[in-house]
Design a protein around this ligand. Structure first.
Ligand code: CU
Length: 138
């Protein structure tokens, strides 16, 4: 009788040890579907085409983790892509966005993928220099 009870207690302890200590895993979030949490600043970046070319303005941004980059179309057809090739070693990058086609349309990208320098581009105009960088630091 005593032995059985001890085994049960020991088993429970082992189970607790096995379950404890792990990092809680974050559930996968739907990409760009949810409204960003209103904890950070919203930083507007325009995407436009004019006689200077195709460009983001500003093209260099400093932000904090949790801020939101709001890309807003002025003219032209543009997207936003945090290309993995331009961001070696970075994880959790957002997927390439859909194309903005209507003036005033926006895409919000919450800066939830860590600190550091992150490079983005408009895919069809990257070779024409439509690129930008966000420096994310607490
Ligand atoms: Cu473009």
């Amino acid at each position: 009788m005593r032995t059985i009870r001890h085994s049960a207690v020991l088993g429970a302890l082992l189970l607790a040890a096995a379950c404890g200590g792990g990092e809680p895993k974050e559930a996968a979030k739907p990409e760009q579907a949810a409204q960003p949490a209103a904890t950070g600043a919203v930083i507007e970046v325009i995407a436009t085409t004019d006689d200077k070319g195709n460009y983001f303005e500003p093209k260099e941004i400093t932000a904090k983790p949790g801020d939101v980059l709001r890309f807003k179309l002025v003219t032209g057809v543009h997207n936003v892509d945090f290309l993995p090739d331009s961001n070696p070693g970075k994880t959790g990058l957002p997927p390439a966005s859909a194309f903005l086609q209507l003036p005033g349309q926006t895409i919000d990208i919450p800066l939830t993928f860590g600190e550091g320098d992150f490079y983005f581009q408009c895919d069809p105009h990257a070779l024409l220099g439509m690129k930008g960088k966000v420096h994310v630091k607490k």
